[in-house]
Design a protein around this ligand. Structure first.
Ligand code: URA
Length: 210
């Protein structure tokens, strides 16, 4: 018992405020994961962020979208995909006959990289575990990886997004389909057609699965 108390004191001195002491392999809840993130300072992105942008939507969603990192609007509001690219993502979701409340939306990193630069490898490495835990908690039937960063991270590949998009892959217990990121679509509107093809394939698979 004394050892346990000492161990807990050790964690507490380290600033740990929450321990997952589950005895089985059951996933943490989204609330637990958010609590574990706390007022995170694990990587340098905390220095210039305003908000930790955790994720939003249905904790039991069949469909989950994974982006790269919050931008300025997301950092200001603490909600993923609310800026220009986010408005386009919302339109895509609604064109599928769904609402943002029915799906789950998260990013690889939870804090805005300054100037909207790409997240750096150490930042991704520090934060990716939280995304993996979110996926485990939500257990979506299908994950849409938005853009190169999400697709390459989740599939552990360097294959270009142009080659990956539109294909279904197995990711743990989910299917995963990479597609172009909405920010890319803002710059390349002619690629919207391909994304719509991908989303129709998602709709068809979801229909088969229920
Ligand atoms: N781009 C992303 O990848 N995520 C956001 O939340 C907003 C823009």
């Amino acid at each position: 018992m004394r050892e346990v108390v000492e161990q807990l004191k050790f964690f507490s001195d380290l600033g740990v405020t929450h321990l997952n002491v589950g005895t089985d392999d059951s996933p943490q809840s989204l609330e637990d994961i958010r609590q574990e993130i706390g007022d995170c300072r694990r990587c340098k992105l905390w220095e210039r962020r305003n908000s930790i942008v955790f994720g939003v939507g249905n904790p039991e969603a069949d469909l989950m979208f994974v982006g790269e990192a919050p931008g300025a609007d997301e950092d200001a509001q603490g909600i993923p995909f609310v800026g220009r690219a986010g408005k386009l993502l919302t339109k895509i979701i609604e064109a599928m006959g769904l609402t943002r409340e029915q799906v789950y939306i998260a990013n690889i990193v939870k804090c805005r990289p300054p100037g909207n630069r790409d997240p750096q490898p150490d930042e991704v490495e520090t934060c990716e575990g939280f995304l993996f835990q979110q996926i485990k908690a939500v257990q979506p039937r299908i994950i849409v990886a938005l853009g190169r960063h999400a697709a390459q991270l989740l599939l552990q590949t360097n294959t270009p997004i142009s080659k990956l998009r539109g294909e279904f892959f197995q990711f743990q217990n989910s299917l995963l389909i990479p597609t172009f990121h909405p920010s890319y679509l803002l710059r390349n509107p002619s690629s919207k057609r391909q994304v719509w093809e991908d989303m129709k394939a998602v709709q068809a698979r979801l229909k088969e699965m229920v």
